[in-house]
Design a binder for this molecule. Sequence first.
Ligand code: NAD
Length: 261
Amino acid sequence: MSLSSKTAVVTGSTSGIGLAIARALAKEGANVVLNGFGSADAIEKERAAIEREFGVKAIHSAADMSKPDEIAAMIKLAETTFGSVDVLVNNAGIQFVAPVEDFPVEKWDQIIAINLSSAFHAIRAAVPGMKTRGWGRIINTASAHSLVASPFKSAYVAAKHGIAGLTKTVALEVATKGITVNCISPGYVWTPLVEKQIPDTMKARGLTKEQVINDVLLEAQPTKQFVTVDQVAALAVFLCSDAASQMTGANLSMDGGWTAE
Ligand code: NAD
């Protein structure tokens, strides 16, 4: 399976899951559009590494996923630079935790914009080209929180349930056009974000590293192991393959059994 001559846009790909997906798609031969925040040096290092390691072209768009016009411009940039957007991975996301009555209104608006509406805006801009070419893969990074809730995460859980609904709706609309639309729903994924929380939690709760991992972070995850970014990326690559052409509208869990309970 090869994605050479295809172009992938991966939102929120300067870190974590998005970066792993962008690298995995590049390994399959796709030119990639990276997107997300970070230091210019670190982003340039990742961009250049993708070109060097995989022999593809990579560019970075600094589009803010809370801004519809910047999202449309990012898709346009990909189309004018590489000629198409064949794979769209809507992955950018943020989190905020607070009881619903104290949840800051601006945080609610920001999470709905970045974690949900950005996918609508990117899909809306990318689908016409995919229809014209008769091929497309849209992959949304949802979460176990697209299927179940946790307290104090009202905006995140609402946005992720929304992504699951958007995935199904668009899948039906483009089903006869050679375009598949799926979401991946990871449980806890080992990203720098998660790793950095461990020392503070050890200190705050007087726990060992193992106790923090098993009893705090992975309390909901029966395997008591993190999902890795490379495992999520491998599923994204599979969804781009011909073997997955009849998979559409699916919400694919990769959560160590979390949502089986
Ligand atoms: P991360 O913090 O490592 O990466 C988030 C990426 O989104 C970064 O590249 C960041 O720059 C980008 N981003 C944030 N706000 C943005 C904005 N306004 N515009 C453009 N880019 C923006 O996080 P991650 O753990 O890799 O999460 C990626 C996705 O996976 C998110 O949608 C998250 O909800 C989902 N997810 C993560 C986990 C987990 O345990 N890490 C579990 C389930 C789902």
